[in-house]
Each structure stands twice: as C-alpha cells, then as structure tokens.
Design a protein around this ligand. Sequence first.
Ligand code: FAD
Ligand code: NAP
Length: 564
Amino acid sequence: MPGVEPQAARDGAAPQGSIKTYDVIIVGAGFAGMYMLHRLRGLGLSARVLDGATGVGGTWYWNRYPGARCDVESMQYSYSFSAELQQAWSWSEHFAGQPEILAYANFVADRFNLRRDIQLEARVTAAHFDEKTGRWRIETAQGEIFSAQFCVMATGCLSTAKLPEITGRESYEGATYHTGYWPHEGVDFTGKRVAVIGTGSSAIQAIPVIAEEAGHLTVFQRTPNYSIPARNSPMTPDYEGPWKSNYDLRRAKARTMRTGILYGVTDETWGLNNVSALDVTPAERQRIYEERWAVGSTAFMASFNDLITNQAANDTAAEFVRERIREVVKDPVTAEALCPYDYPIGTKRICIDTDYFETYNRANVSLVNLRETPIEAITPKGVRTSAGEHEFDAIVYATGFDAMTGTLMNLDIRGRDGLKLADKWAGGPQTHLGLMSAGLPNLFMITGPGSPSVLSNMIVSIEHHVDWLIDALAHMRANGLATIEPTAEAEAAWGQHVNEAGHRTLYVKAASWYMGANVAGKPRVFMPYIGGVGVYRQECDEVAAKGYDGFILTPRDARAVAAE
Ligand code: FAD
Ligand code: NAP
C-alpha cells in the first residue's frame, strides 16, 4: 500500500542488518516526545523515542536545581489530551516543584504504557535524509542506527545548557554546577561559600533556596530582572474542584488565548484586562497593578492589553515593579542595583518568584553588580572581578541555554542534496509554521522556532503541534502520500510574518535569548512567533484546510520514480 505505511514490526525494532527500522523516530522524551508517541500509536505507526537522558521528563529531568518549579500554574501546565488523566492526577501546590512535575511525567509514561517504545541513554548525533529510499537514517552516540520514514525532533527549546565564556573557568578547583544539568543526588550547600552567576528565571528560583542553606551566597548579576511574586500555596479542593469539573471549557478557552494561559476564570475576560494602561487614571492603574501584584504570577502582564506593544504603557508597569523592589529590599544601593531599566518589562520571559527580592535582606547574601565591577576571570579559588577576588566552595552557573536552535544545530541534520540544517540556519532559523524546514522532507519540529513555543504555556503549544502533525500524517496516509515539506516561498513568507509580528512589539528591544542575544555570534533574530497561540492555531488550521497550502506533498510512486 502506498503512502504512510505502518511497519510490520509493532513490538520493537525490526532488524534490517544492524539498522533498526520504524515508521517514526522521535528524538526527545519530554512532554513533546511522550505525547507524540502516544498519538502515533493511535495512528497505528511504529515509533521509537530516543533520549540521551536516563529518564523521561525532559526539562524536568535535567533542571533539578533547588527551587525549580513551573511558572504556569499546574492546573494548566499539564496535558489536556486525556480527561481521565486530568482527573486522576492531583497537584499538591498551585505551582508544582520540579520533583512533582517529573513524577507527573513518569506517571503519564506508566499510565499510557509509553516506556516500551522509549529508549533512554540514546543520544542522537546525526539524522540524514536518504533520497533513494525516502527515509531518515538516524545515528546515536551509542553506535546504533535507525531508519524511519519520519523523524520528529521533540528536542526542546531549552535543552542545551550554556556555560559562560569566562577566562579561567576550567581552572576553578571547587565544585561547579549548571542549573540545567543538576546532579540527581542533590547538592548540600550547608555552611558553604556559594556563588550564583546569573539572575534569570532559574537563578531567581534557586537563589532564595540556596541562601537558606549556604554559609554565604554571593550573586553575580549582569542584568537585573523583573520578577513578580508567584504567591504559590498548597492546592485546595476549592480551587482544584472547579478546574476539574470545567476542564473541557477552560482548556478550550486557553487554546484561544495569546499565551495559552487563563489568568482568571471568574469572568468572560479570563483575566486579560482588555484596556490600555494609558486609558485609565493613574490611580486606577495603580489599583489594578496592586491587585495583580497581590494575586501574583504572570497574570501581572495581563493587567492591560498594551504592555508589550506600547512603550509608555510598559513604562508604567516597569516602574510599578521597580517601586516594589525598592520597597522590599532594605539596602537602597542593593535595591537600585536590582532594578531593571534597560529593557521593557515582559520582553524577556517574565520571572515569578518566591521571596527573591526578600532574600537580599539576609545577612548571608550579597549582590555583586557586574555592571560596576565586571568579572575578569574565574580563578582556581573563585571569581575575580575588577574590584578583587571572591573565594568560593561552589559556583552555580545559572547562565541559561542556547535556546530554540542550539540543540537542533548541534545535531548533524542533513536533508536533500546533503543540505545541512546548521548551514541553512547560520543566519537565523528558517521554518514554515515552526514545524518544518524546506529541504528537510518528513522532518518535523515540535515547538520549533517560528511558532509561539516559549512565549506560551508550552504544553498547550506542544499538544497543538502534535495534533496538527498527526492530522497531517493521517492525511498523507489517506491520500497515498510519502513525503511532505514546505516550499521555499511559504517558508520565506512565514519568516517575514514572524519577523514583522515581532517588530510590532517591544520584544525586539531586549537583548534576550528570544533574540539569540545570549550566545556570542548567534544571529539577532526574534525566533518565536508572537502572533499568539489562538491566532497561530487558526493559521495552522487554514493551511491544513487548504490541503496543506505551502507544503509539497509527494505521492509515494512519484518520489520513488524521481529517485530512480
Ligand atoms: P524538553 O523537555 O526540553 O525535552 C527534550 C528532550 O530531548 C530532553 O529530554 C533531551 O534529553 C532530549 N534530547 C535533546 N537532544 C537530544 C539528542 N540529540 N538525542 C537524544 N535526546 C535529545 N514552560 C512552560 O510553559 N511553563 C513553565 O513553567 C516552564 N518552566 C520551565 C522551567 C525550566 C527550568 C526550563 C528550563 C524550562 C521551562 N519551561 C516552561 C519550558 C519547558 O522546556 C517546556 O515547558 C517543556 O517542558 C518542553 O518539553 P519538550 O518535550 O518540548 O522539551
Ligand atoms: P536566562 O534567562 O538566559 O538567564 C541567564 C542569566 O545568566 C542571565 O541573568 C544572564 O545575564 C546571566 N549570564 C549569562 N552569561 C553570563 C556571564 N558571562 N556573566 C554573567 N552573567 C551571565 O536562563 P535561565 O534563567 O536558565 O532561564 C531560561 C528560560 O528557561 C527562562 O526564560 C524560562 O523560559 C525558562 N525557565 C522557566 C522557569 C520557571 O519559572 N518555570 C525557571 C527557569 C527557567 P544577562 O541577562 O546579562 O545575559
């Protein structure tokens, strides 16, 4: 039979020499890879998930640093695809910690019997498209080779941790950690002199917890960050109950929102105040900010409808947060150093915290403002700034990720005519809908650059991409189609659309990892699509409804003929 053809081998690899053959290879066993596997089974396709980790969970497997937790509340930062799963799982807090989210990922793996098709400790190094066979040849660092008609990169947007390029880093003799590769056995900082380098979301979560344990904690800050209190608290039946009994409605609504998140459920605005910050009196604006601040969470950024598009509106929110920092932090010099000024609030992923600014009032915590005294080197004993050397027992690098493109570009991915993804993307990622890249047939990305991904509740975006792909594969099977890939024209048009959408906002004013600004030499391109989760869904639906407009779909026979 032509088209998307299930392999005979359902229960594991079908040996073909030493090459293991599947319909689909999925790289990554995080939330994206696990859901993709689940849905592929429904389609009757054989699939193997490969992940370099020793467990499932992706982000939540790797990022085990103290204080790690979600910034989208757990009733929403969870799968929606199974009503039974939604009812069966209970979160203990509004914003669950990493151990609980990892436990949830494992619960899903067991409940849907996913493990038998997940191969751990299998780090993919290469994926090459073979034009003759129309299949992907996938290699792992462990020396295995797989062949698949389709390859799904569920490799994550934040899965390649980045160590800073600081002179002498290797010379340090104490213990070093990166938040994104935290040791499974945990770290005992009791009584230790600890440095944290970085003040992004990871650091903002880790600093208050490490401070409680450390003898002394020194935070090295280059750019201060806006952070909103999470106001995390134990889950209560009063909160959980209405969510569980209204899940269908609420999830459906969330999928239409810009961020895929509901900020409130008590009225029809779902927490988005659809008013300009400049159309209310200063007193009313203050009241609204205070109300949101008291409730906490990223809902603060939904206080008004123009905070990410209008600088003057944004300034009012930014100044409100700076006032709170000055209020909380007792030492005025430290408070001022912690106040962000040089980028609009919300244009780096807004942080939410538990006692972050309060932590600077502790006697055992000090802040080094790298704007005044930059790091000159890491020394065998610690960190040397222009003001002198600080000695430490441990250095924690909370220095982020080569986000969105790093993981894919580090892989040796080659499409038609040996086209290397890393070469193609050297000037910035090029995709159609953030799902595929021209010249790489049957290679899909879940939450790839050019999709809302990191600007959203990522589980909403993951489920959307997987569902769209499953529909595309079903379409291919129904129509005897063997390959799908975007046209160069559709890809260029989408890239322009993504770029224009980004430039209609204030996001492009920040030197953020969204812009590739945290990696030396990376092109400054606004990588995610800011059009909004709801709008983007419609755009993807329209493409599918028009017979996959902008994609080339090749019948199996035609492809075989062309290859001959
Ligand atoms: P990941 O979870 O990153 O999984 C990718 C997997 O691919 C990993 O297991 C990795 O080992 C594997 N992999 C990568 N390359 C290879 C290779 N070459 N070979 C084999 N395996 C490979 N998003 C939110 O929406 N809300 C949040 O609250 C939130 N909190 C976050 C907190 C932290 C600390 C971080 C780092 C990110 C957070 N995110 C959050 C984003 C988060 O990454 C996503 O929500 C989601 O977990 C991504 O799932 P994924 O399956 O797409 O990717
Ligand atoms: P990040 O936001 O990129 O922050 C990295 C920090 O390290 C920044 O403060 C950066 O300073 C600093 N840094 C990097 N190199 C440095 C150097 N050479 N010297 C001094 N400082 C340096 O990384 P992250 O905190 O890991 O977060 C990444 C993303 O993961 C977040 O934006 C979010 O999407 C996700 N995340 C979410 C949560 C959550 O709340 N659920 C938690 C963690 C992560 P500069 O700003 O000056 O470059």
